[in-house]
Design a protein around this ligand. Sequence first.
Ligand SMILES: Nc1ncnc2c1ncn2[C@@H]1O[C@H](COP(=O)(O)OP(=O)(O)OP(=O)(O)O)[C@@H](O)[C@H]1O
Ligand SMILES: [Mg+2]
Length: 329
Amino acid sequence: MKKILLITGPAGDAQGWGDLKVTEEIAKAIEASGKAAQIAFVSTMDEFYNAIETKEFDIVWSALYHISGKSETIGMGDGDEKWLADIFDDRKIPYIGPNAATMKALIHKTATHKIMHANGVPVPYHYQIEQGAALPDIVFPAFVKPGYESRSVGINDNSVVENRDALEKQVAFIHKEFDQPALVEEYLPGQEYTVLMLGNGKLQEFLPGRVEVDASLFGKYPILRADLRGVGATKIKPTNKYTKAAIEITRNAMEALNCLDHVRADMRLDAAGQLKIIEVNGIPGLKPVKSWSPQMFTMHHPSPEGPMEDYKQLIDHIVTSALTRYKLI
Ligand SMILES: Nc1ncnc2c1ncn2[C@@H]1O[C@H](COP(=O)(O)OP(=O)(O)OP(=O)(O)O)[C@@H](O)[C@H]1O
Ligand SMILES: [Mg+2]
């Protein structure tokens, strides 16, 4: 029986698929598919090394990009400290998800944009503003967000800026609040979509969804503010006429970024009605039934037994694709 070691820690929700409860649901789903799962909850690099050195497993699956003392934000880690995928690569440990270089490119939103743009994937115009740097001349409205975050951390109605004063204020807010560069982008006013890449090679599928939010929850702008995340405010719906375009740009993005196993691309329509990718998530949320991945899997592959059975199949698809790529099954 194949053994999967699930790694998480205090930052599992901020960085990865969700909190410890979500990790326990993933473990249950793995066991229900006839494989073994155990969880290592690690808060320090020593605890992490101890887990991979003492536990028995065939493959690792981590909710963490890097070990961090912060449980609310991600960031790029502490200086020279290795990321978990670096260590798996060094030690030739099989693991689920993209490699270390890709993980770093995905957290660094400007790096993601540059790789996508170089490969012909449509992205918004973007400027990464370091602390103390001059502001660029841009076309308004623009969108301002932290350079390295997730879960809409740092995003509210002030994120949309209509003039230079507002831009200056919001960039200063990001610098002060998050101690990281601010990312200034073209504001994409249209509908939001998300596409899941599931598995690799013959086991690969692209599952698209439109992100629907009850319009009464929006303030001045139709954006997913931090307070709308993780509270069941978003529902995944069919993509209809955008299906083909959404899948095509996602396929190109995933290839350009060398994504593996389970990765999600978020996108919106620009003012001219063209889809542009705003970011790519290396460890998408996996809260049963609620996160976008399980919602999209159920929308595309509903089983008579219901969403918890779909969840089990989603988890098994991810695990089986990764085991297959390492020739472990
Ligand atoms: N350029 C943009 N134009 C309009 N809205 C945007 C733009 N960038 C981000 N948003 C809004 O902010 C939300 C969060 O942004 P983004 O997806 O980049 O960050 P995230 O916090 O990393 O999200 P996730 O939790 O999906 O990892 C988006 O879902 C979208 O509603
Ligand atoms: Mg997103």
